[in-house]
Design a protein around this ligand. Structure first.
Ligand code: MSP
Length: 511
């Protein structure tokens, strides 16, 4: 039996078009899914769309459409974005699907049966943009008198009958969870924020609304629809077949990692485990949160007109180039900015020059001087062994980094080897050995091919198409591209195809 691995993205609100922030979350989760597949795991990678609630109902009304038709259209666009970004999801869930209605009704019933739901009256502040309730103390007042949530979203006073979830009863169990599983929330800074929020005391949570209808009906409570976050969070178990314990996908629950943005950590690290505990279901193993992107240092916003469309970015720079940039440019948990010069520099220096050129130089020497045939591993010098060992350690190093979502450290580790290989080729100067020592030239080139193979193998999750092409050039057969296959050397004498550059330089279009 292979080991299971379940990774999810948040499900995206269908109130507007996909932007680079959404693409980022999905690409990060995609790298984890692809790495685990490469490492022999049976993977379930879930993404999809969050379609209920006031925010979506309002956006539909503004577009002059009924909410379902509007959601159909925007959800299809998010799916197209995922496909174009190379996101290898195994399921694409929509919260308007019948399977999800059934799952939510059952989750509600279980929480209610355990005595954690009661009927009351909600009165307080609500921000539709965040679909979240706020305490008076959390708010600020804008110059025009509008009350604002900490996120900057305007809030409105709401007063209506509502069902409540006994969140207050879960303060101690949650604190125990964070203590017993110190890496339940990553990074540590976010964990501390959640800890102090929960230590500050938890109020019961309003989990149904009666002032609008675009939501999942509460069982046996006409007029009530479920709070959109209860509905949305539950998607993670719906997709595993909940409530059918014999569903083929139930084996994937609990999830290994929910990848989320820092803005929605509270929902995933406080409400979600509390709902699951109340329903008697196992808890996810990790909630890993990332920081936000700005554009050339500015917050992305419709009014500034600087919102980056991910498919547009790919058209300009290339898919693998964008994927690489997003995971390399900033530490996962921190914030960063997308700028043209930074993209061009990553593409031209690291991809085209340091990696692409290294492969091109090594492979053309083999093509020109060795008839395109892979040389045997000759007698190794200390330098050969040092470089080959560093490359050989990469799989373990990446496994450790990616198991804690340290994408940018993972890429830095790969680049240490790439830079060492560049230093090696310059020092060994195989082009000069051609005239003095053909055997040694073969050995040097073989070391380079072996190192490039290890590099390209572990980089496949980040840049699937380009690394596939690089492995083609290196003569690595399809079935020898997994992490386990790295233990077996390539066959001496393999015929290599004519080398072709993998990463073109980015050239500014003529003005
Ligand atoms: N529907 C909820 C999630 C429900 S999950 C049970 C939601 N949707 S969202 O569409 O607003 O946002 C989804 C993700 O996009 C979040 O993880 C958020 O952090 C991310 N991003 C939105 N803007 C972003 C940036 N500017 N930069 C990076 N990520 C950003 O929240």
């Amino acid at each position: 039996m292979s080991k299971c691995f379940y990774v999810s993205t948040p499900i995206y609100y269908v109130n507007g078009a996909p932007h680079i922030g959404h693409a980022y979350t999905s690409i990060a989760a995609d790298v984890l899914a692809r790495f685990k597949r490469l490492d022999g795991f049976e993977v379930f990678y879930l993404t999809g769309t969050d379609e209920h609630g006031q925010k979506v109902a309002r956006a539909a009304a503004e577009a002059g459409l009924d909410p379902q038709s509007f959601a159909d259209r925007v959800s299809a666009d998010f799916r197209d974005m995922a496909d174009k970004m190379g996101v290898s999801y195994d399921d694409y869930i929509r919260t308007t699907e019948p399977r999800h209605y059934r799952s939510c009704a059952e989750l509600w019933r279980r929480i209610a049966a355990a005595g954690h739901i009661y009927l009351g009256h909600y009165e307080g502040w609500y921000a539709v943009r965040d679909e979240a309730f706020y305490d008076e103390a959390e708010l600020t007042t804008a110059p025009d008198g509008t009350k604002l949530a900490p996120s900057g979203a305007p809030v409105a006073w709401v007063r209506e009958p509502s069902y409540f979830f006994r969140l207050s009863a879960f303060q101690e169990p949650l604190l125990k969870l964070y203590e017993e599983q110190p890496d339940f929330i990553l990074p540590a800074g976010r964990r501390n924020e959640v800890l102090s929020f929960v230590r500050g005391g938890l109020r019961d949570l309003s989990i149904s609304r009666t002032s609008f209808t675009w939501g999942i009906p509460v069982p046996d409570a006409p007029g009530h629809v479920m709070y959109v976050w209860l509905d949305a969070l539950n998607n993670y178990v719906t997709a595993c077949g909940f409530p059918d314990a014999d569903a083929p996908r139930w084996k994937f629950w609990p999830a290994d990692v929910h990848v989320v943005g820092k803005d929605i950590i509270r929902f995933h690290a406080v409400y979600w485990p509390a709902f699951l505990m109340a329903a008697g279901l196992p808890l996810p193993r990790r909630v890993s949160s990332h920081g936000w992107w700005t554009v050339e240092g500015e917050k992305m916003s419709k009014s500034l007109g600087n919102v980056i469309e991910p498919r547009q970015l790919v058209a300009t720079y290339g898919l693998d180039q964008v994927r690489y940039f997003l995971l390399r440019e900033k530490p996962f948990g921190g914030d960063g900015t997308i700028s043209h010069p930074a993209l061009v520099s990553r593409i031209n220096v690291e991809l085209a020059n340091e990696l692409g050129n290294l492969a091109q130089r090594s492979l053309s020497l083999i093509a020109r001087n060795l008839g395109g045939v892979l040389p045997a591993r000759g007698e190794a010098t200390a330098e050969d062994t040092e470089l080959r060992d560093a490359a050989g350690a990469l799989a373990d190093v990446l496994r450790e980094r990616l198991d804690r979502q340290a994408f940018h450290e993972a890429l830095e580790e790969v680049w240490k080897v790439v830079r060492a290989a560049n230093a090696y080729i310059d020092r060994q100067a195989p082009w000069a050995l051609r005239k003095t020592d053909l055997v040694r030239m073969g050995t040097v080139l073989r070391v380079l091919v072996d190192v490039l193979r290890a590099v390209a193998t572990v980089l496949q999750p980040f840049m699937p198409a380009s690394m596939g092409r690089m492995l083609d050039q290196l003569g690595v057969p399809d079935q020898a591209r997994s992490i386990a296959a790295l233990a077996h050397p390539l066959a001496d004498g393999t015929r290599l195809p004519a080398p072709e550059g993998v990463f073109p330089r980015y050239v500014e279009p003529a003005a």
